[in-house]
Design a protein around this ligand. Structure first.
Ligand code: ADP
Length: 609
């Protein structure tokens, strides 16, 4: 047990204000911090951006001895250490990026107790050198970040996590252990507790709801044009990530956006390591505005001022989507998550599952299909998108409408499409459930395509019965029928459309009516809320931040978050007292930048007058 003279939470709140410049703990943080400080193991489950890092950084500051943070995320380590050094906390890291000489020096510094907080990759824990070093040092606390990596059920299984407990056993005294993750399924939680041998941990599980994120799903005919207009109109100067499903898409889209004059770089697993890293750093440091990437990008990216995440293609499942989209708005300021959906994405994802040589277990394949289905439903639902996400993560939202997603804010009228649905379902039936979406659309529109004529599909009674509908309108209706379970697609590379007879009958016999949003059929688009914040002063402070970031060679957001920038621009503090009230400005930040900031604000005010 750690000896404490007075309330641990008081000290922790002081540290939160003085070092981090935040006035209060967020939901779920205080019990975790207090638990560790009073010698209890803890288990913290919070969505990405929820603020897990502080839950171990603050105890690390206040505990008498060393804190080890075990993390799989090498890029995150450097970022976090930079940010900690920036606010005056002695921290360092050990991972495979260090060369021999640096490692040696660092180990000596650690032995000399120069660091309070040490990040370490799990793979390092079984090295003899590391074990003997830490066995000879007093360790107060071990924080296991991304703790789901210990579980085979988790999506990022890391065998080295299994060795953590061996490492703990060979220490002379067992430190307090804290485990932190954003994965909340019961299997994973169970494995974390058992494999890390947590002693009656204090658990803090908080909602996955990220209220500052605006969710939007959109089907547009020209995704690339849409993206350009979206960025120019809503986020002309703000950081954003665009995820694509394939490397090829990443390269083409990057080229296209570059030609349109945007500052953008690519990131995918096929690039040379050093180039990938260079691009990632340029993005983190606000040297480019946008990164176009595959899902290889983002693990451990702590950039808090990402204002939009666009999915150019539908990702694999809801977990992946929420994790990627969740990289927007980590600073708590409004941010936008846009999923540009195309029916083709579904067949592409199914094809990837079906032809993935690494998935041989049929049960695992079923799970993947099931997970994909959840995301398809998300793309087609007319209910609140946020509620849909929370249901997926086994939460019961306290609202029906969040008023901050494209479904809640869309007031487009709905139209009855029962007759249309009957025609489509009949056509699938007449075509003997042996055609794909494109062919069904061609039949319905009466196409004279050779492929239709040679198969005598023009002889079907449903040939040409929906000539007046556009191809995209028909596709939308078919996808809706799939999403709502009246039709399904087979899993071949060229999927066939089949009827779910039981449900389809209800429509065909008129027992069930079907409604659909008119605007989607007409391809109008949702107009995004005005999330971004701009003012001349904001831009001046932003430029100042960029200059500081270059001067100090650290990412801009580790100096001030966008939220801090916004508060500075709005409240225009010109005294130390006012300055310390600003979110993200503590004593240390004030000492470093306070005077220059106040001067900038005063100068701005004088100019305005
Ligand atoms: P996670 O690791 O859970 O994804 P982080 O620890 O990176 O999230 O925190 C996300 C952002 O929230 C960071 O910019 C962090 O500084 C900020 N943050 C964390 N705790 C607080 C708090 N109590 N008040 C204000 N901002 C906070």
């Amino acid at each position: 047990m750690v000896a404490l003279s007075h309330s641990p939470l008081l000290d922790a709140t002081d540290a939160l204000q003085n070092y981090f410049g935040y006035t209060e703990f967020r939901e779920g943080q205080a019990p975790l911090v207090e638990g560790v400080l009073s010698g209890q193991d803890v288990l913290g489950i919070m969505p990405t951006g929820g603020g897990k890092s502080l839950c171990y950084q603050i105890p690390a500051l206040l505990l008498p001895h060393i804190t080890l943070v075990i993390s799989p995320l090498i890029s995150l380590m450097k970022d976090q250490v930079d940010a900690l050094l920036e606010i005056g906390i002695s921290a360092t890291f050990i991972n495979s990026t260090l060369d021999e000489a640096t490692l040696r020096t660092r180990l000596i510094e650690i032995r000399q107790k120069q660091y309070k907080l040490i990040y370490i990759a799990p793979e390092r824990l079984n090295s003899y050198l590391i074990r003997s070093l830490f066995s000879a040092l007093p360790i107060s606390f071990i924080a296991v970040d991304e703790a789901h990596c210990i579980s085979k059920w988790g999506h990022d299984f890391r065998p080295a996590y299994g060795e953590i407990i061996d490492f703990v056993h060979q220490l002379p005294n067992r430190p307090v252990i804290g485990a932190y993750t954003a994965t909340a399924t019961s299997e994973v939680i169970h494995e974390i507790k058992t494999l890390l041998q947590l002693h009656n941990p204090i658990e803090s599980i908080i909602s996955f709801d990220r209220t500052n994120l605006t969710f939007e799903v959109l089907k547009v005919s020209d995704k690339r044009r849409y993206i350009i207009n979206f960025i120019r109109r809503f986020y002309p100067n703000e950081s954003g990530i665009i995820y694509c499903a394939t490397r090829n898409n990443v390269e083409k889209l990057t080229e296209f956006l570059k030609n349109a004059g945007l500052k953008v770089l690519a990131y995918h697993g096929g690039m040379e390591h050093h180039e990938r890293e260079k691009n990632q750093n340029a993005f983190i440091r606000d040297e480019v505005q946008i990164i176009v990437a595959t899902n290889a990008f983002g693990m451990g990216i702590d950039k808090s001022n990402v204002r939009f995440v666009i999915h150019y293609n539908m990702p694999q499942n809801m977990e992946a989507y929420y994790q990627e989209a969740g990289r927007a708005g980590r600073d708590g300021a409004p941010a936008h998550c846009l999923l540009l959906y195309a029916p083709r994405d579904v067949s592409n994802q199914k094809y990837l599952i079906e032809h993935n040589d690494f998935i041989t277990d049929p049960e695992r394949k079923d799970i993947l299909y099931h997970n994909l289905e959840a995301l398809i439903d998300y793309c087609h639902t007319e209910e609140c998108l946020r509620a849909e996400i929370l249901h997926y993560f086994s939460e019961t939202p306290q609202f029906d409408h969040c008023n901050n997603c494209s479904n809640c804010t869309n007031t487009a009228p709905k139209i009855n499409i029962t007759i249309e649905a009957q025609k489509i379902l009949s056509c699938v039936y007449r075509a003997e459930q042996n055609c794909g979406i494109t062919t069904i659309i061609q039949i319905l529109r009466g196409s004279k395509n050779q492929h239709i004529l040679s198969r005598n599909l023009d002889q079907l009674s449903t040939y040409g019965i929906m000539r007046e509908y556009s191809e995209s309108g028909l596709k939308e209706m078919i996808m809706t029928l799939i999403a709502r379970g009246y039709l399904y697609q087979t899993t071949e590379a060229r999927p066939l459309l089949k009827l779910n007879i039981g449900k389809a009958k209800l429509i065909l016999t008129g027992q069930k009516q079907l409604f659909h949003r008119q605007d989607l059929l007409l391809h109008k688009t949702f107009s995004a809320p005005e999330n971004h914040y701009h003012s001349p002063l904001y831009e001046e402070i932003r430029a100042f931040r960029l200059m500081l970031s270059k001067e100090r060679d650290v990412p801009a957001y580790t100096i001030f978050s966008d939220k801090t920038l916004r508060e500075l621009a709005e409240k225009q503090p010109t005294t130390q007292g006012q300055m310390l009230q600003i979110h993200g400005i503590g004593v240390k930040k004030f000492d470093l930048y306070g005077e220059r900031l106040m001067e900038l604000i005063r100068h701005h005010q004088a100019h305005q007058a």
